[in-house]
Design a protein around this ligand. Structure first.
Ligand code: ACO
Length: 319
């Protein structure tokens, strides 16, 4: 016994920024961005807070699940940065939902946050720590910590929040999480503060990335992680209905799809409209597909992600 996905929800900022808009900020153009990444627009926080999006996404998921906030046994936030350093996003969301009491904490798996949170939630259900419902809220504001003078990174990211509500079930067939700890290829330094005793000077507190190295890690690990969960569950690739892959770069998704020998219709994307929303990316895609009626009851989903850490992971889920 672990969980089933009882409801999904998402919320994105109102402001939509096109590639042409970005070309007025940095030296770039629509053709370069579309060809290299598949991204046409992204949603960017302006007047809203990330907390507002996270709460809206959570309420939508609770409503879809028919679960009240007071029934939550656990809230897991998956984020790399939200409106507060402390407290956790999960605690901020819990306060807004108005049902304190249940444990609430954040996890930082980089862009693999959704898969990592599913893995943790399953263990709570398996060990009796959760008996009624768990909320996973993935929310990211990467446009707040990219360097808007660095055209190689600022064009890639967007903001958004997406949630799932889990209730007891047997939907999770397998998970696999892999870490190759190394900050060099992808990191954002924390601000050093203004301690009069610190010997460290202020560093560059923005995302810095070796795109090519992350690209190689992504393709290799998407394929090996998905293969591992299929082997664990004794499932053949042909039996998987949809591969919901971290929406970081369409070329990465395409390369992984080709290596796995699967047809394009089994790899849905929304990166065109949202860019890379880090931990929110897979549940945002899942929520869109669910609400569009594109996920059949009993569909077999392989979710797979990769990102800062470097961490990657996959989860095989029967809806
Ligand atoms: N517009 C125009 N030109 C650009 C831009 C831009 N926005 N950005 C870079 N260029 C130029 C570079 O300066 C370079 O020019 P040069 O050849 O004259 O030096 C040229 O384009 C090629 O640059 P590359 O970095 O080699 O381009 P590449 O084809 O590798 O694409 C990219 C870069 C899109 C970042 C790719 O490497 C990639 O997607 N990597 C994976 C990144 C990723 O997925 N990160 C997220 C995962 S983790 C997370 O989600 C937090």
């Amino acid at each position: 016994m672990n969980f089933k996905i009882a409801g999904t929800g998402s919320a994105t900022p109102k402001l939509v920024v096109s590639n042409d808009d970005l070309a007025r900020v940095v030296e770039t153009d629509d053709e370069w961005i579309v060809t290299r990444t598949g991204i046409s627009t992204r949603h960017v926080l302006s007047t809203e807070t990330l907390t507002e999006l996270a709460v809206t996404a959570s309420r939508r998921a609770l409503e879809a699940a028919g679960v009240t906030a007071s029934e939550l046994d656990l809230i897991i936030g998956a984020t790399t940065k939200h409106d507060y350093q402390v407290p956790a996003l999960a605690c901020v969301v819990q306060a807004e939902l108005g049902a304190p009491g249940a444990p609430a904490f954040d996890v930082n798996f980089g862009c693999t946050g959704f898969v990592g949170a599913l893995d943790i939630a399953a263990r709570y259900f398996e060990t009796g720590g959760a008996t009624r419902a768990v909320l996973i809220i993935c929310a990211e504001a990467l446009t707040r910590y990219v360097d808007w003078t660095d055209r190689a990174t600022c064009v890639l990211f967007g903001d958004g929040a997406a949630a799932v509500v889990l209730t007891p079930g047997s939907s999770l067939l397998a998970t696999h999480i892999h870490a190759r700890g190394n900050p060099d290829p992808l990191h954002a330094l924390a601000p050093t503060g203004n301690s009069p005793y610190s010997q460290n000077s202020e560093e560059h507190p923005y995302i810095e990335m070796n795109g090519r190295e992350v690209f190689k890690f992504a393709v290799t690990n998407l394929c090996s992680d998905v293969t591992k969960v299929m082997e664990q569950a004794r499932v053949m690739p042909e039996e998987v209905d949809l591969f919901l892959v971290h929406q970081a770069n369409k070329r990465i998704i395409e390369a992984a799809r080709e290596r796995l020998g699967q047809p394009p219709e089994k790899f849905p994307t929304n990166i065109e409209r949202y860019g890379n929303t880090s931990a929110a990316s897979i549940p945002l895609l899942l929520d869109e597909l669910v609400r569009a009626g594109k996920i059949e009851d009993d569909a077999l989903l392989a979710c797979a992600a990769f990102g800062a850490g470097l961490i990657s992971g996959a989860a095989l889920i029967r809806m």
